[in-house]
Ligand binder design. Structure first.
Ligand code: UD1
Length: 372
């Protein structure tokens, strides 16, 4: 059985690492990795391969800059060439980024089955690029592996046959559990001269928050307010940094006392920062899950979340239409010790990739042997 796994953007590396490791346990499976090049900076890509022990990708499509449409189109054209050479039995995609959608469409059009890991998540907001990627990818994938019950319900309500849906758990948490000790040992706090619990960790990169002046100014005010309470650590996404430049706001951010702007961090450093933060403020999808697993309070600055289990069961506070006042209010409650007591959702146990590979083996190898 030959599987091509697709990676393109930062969160994909974290999800594919445990899957590739699980595939590699079985001699009858050949697992190859295709990197689309959607994220190309060493700090957004290379360091993750090193830290997560991912082998060098078997194919690099090298499609970097351009609009999302140009990127999707380029990925599709380049990936078709790989498919013609490799003729895989299965293409495996994760998450909801443009690379996920592009490679799914190519596979389906070439009659190769697709497994989508982290299927069924829905924000209900079609203006989000990821939401369209999720809906389209799920509609045409053959095997849908989900991380939470809401995702199952979403797929069923879209008339996806139940036989395609598998409640597998969360592969992002597999990485977190697997690298627990290495995360613990990362020396980033020492480098930054920080104590555990003495800072707020911030990430912000969604178009709705950083692609316009209004959103960026709102983020600026929120950080100014938070920085009155604690040091704010802000590893900055290239998209956010670029837009701060476009709107002439870089100096304003850089001049906030008590704010440390950092380059994007490696996986181990970032998770160490997360684990030791008194609060995380974010608009990321994956970080809502990681903070729930680590039992760290998280404020999500978005109008919706496709990961409702992190709010219902975990430590996540979804703040819609947030301004500096509403963020300060929730922060004060959290710092006063009145924060949610979270629990770890079902199947977030470090073994999701093993379960996924077992199901795929059953479908592609055991049943094949039986047929013969
Ligand atoms: C993408 C995903 C998002 C995910 C995020 C994680 C989509 C639609 N969005 O958003 O779901 O949460 O990755 O980081 O796929 N850039 C660089 N260097 C890089 C990568 C990107 O400078 O290494 C620049 C790009 O040229 C672009 C901007 O940053 O101008 C945004 O990159 P893009 O790949 O469009 O998506 P993200 O915003 O990172």
């Amino acid at each position: 059985m030959k599987v091509l796994s697709i990676v393109g953007a930062r969160p994909n590396f974290v999800k594919i690492a445990p899957l590739h490791r699980a595939f590699s346990q079985h001699h009858e499976i050949t697992s190859k990795i295709v990197h689309t090049g959607q994220h190309y900076d060493p700090v957004m890509s290379g360091i993750f391969f090193d830290q997560l022990n991912l082998p060098k990708p078997d194919f690099c499509l090298n499609v970097a800059a351009g609009t999302p449409i140009q990127q999707i189109a380029q990925i599709m054209m380049e990936f078709e060439k790989v498919m013609l050479i490799e003729k895989p039995d299965l293409v495996l995609v994760v998450g909801d980024v443009n690379s996920t959608l592009a490679c799914t469409l190519v596979s389906v059009k070439m009659n190769v089955p697709v497994a989508h890991v982290e299927a069924g998540l829905r924000s209900g907001d079609r203006s989000m690029p990821e939401e369209i990627n999720r809906i389209l990818t799920d509609a045409v994938s053959d095997h849908l592996f989900v991380t939470e019950q809401d995702a199952v319900d979403n797929l069923l309500s879209e008339n996806v046959p139940a036989t395609r849906i598998h409640f597998a758990g969360n592969v992002m948490i597999d990485s977190l559990a697997y690298y627990k000790e290495a995360i613990q040992n990362a020396s980033i706090l020492k480098t930054l001269e920080l104590n555990a619990g003495s800072y707020v960790l911030m990430t912000m990169h969604r178009p709705s928050n950083v692609d316009g002046r209004e959103g960026l100014e709102r983020v600026l005010k929120i950080i100014k307010r938070l920085a009155l309470l604690k040091t704010v650590i802000f590893p900055i996404h290239p998209r956010t940094w670029k837009n701060m430049g476009v709107y002439g706001l870089k100096n304003e951010f850089e001049n906030i006392k008590n704010l440390k702007i950092l380059e994007p961090q490696g996986y181990l450093e970032f998770l160490n920062l997360t684990k030791n933060a008194s609060l995380v403020v974010t608009d990321s999808g994956g970080i809502q899950e990681e903070t729930t697993y680590l039992n760290v309070p998280c404020i999500t600055l978005r109008e919706n979340t496709e990961r409702p289990v992190t709010v219902k069961e975990g430590t996540n506070y979804l703040l819609k239409n947030a301004d500096e006042e509403s963020v300060a209010l929730v922060t004060a409650e959290i710092f006063a010790g009145n924060c949610k007591i979270g629990q770890i959702p079902e199947g977030w146990d470090g073994k999701a990739a093993e379960r996924i590979v077992a199901i795929l083996r059953e479908k592609y190898i055991n049943s094949y042997v039986c047929d013969k």
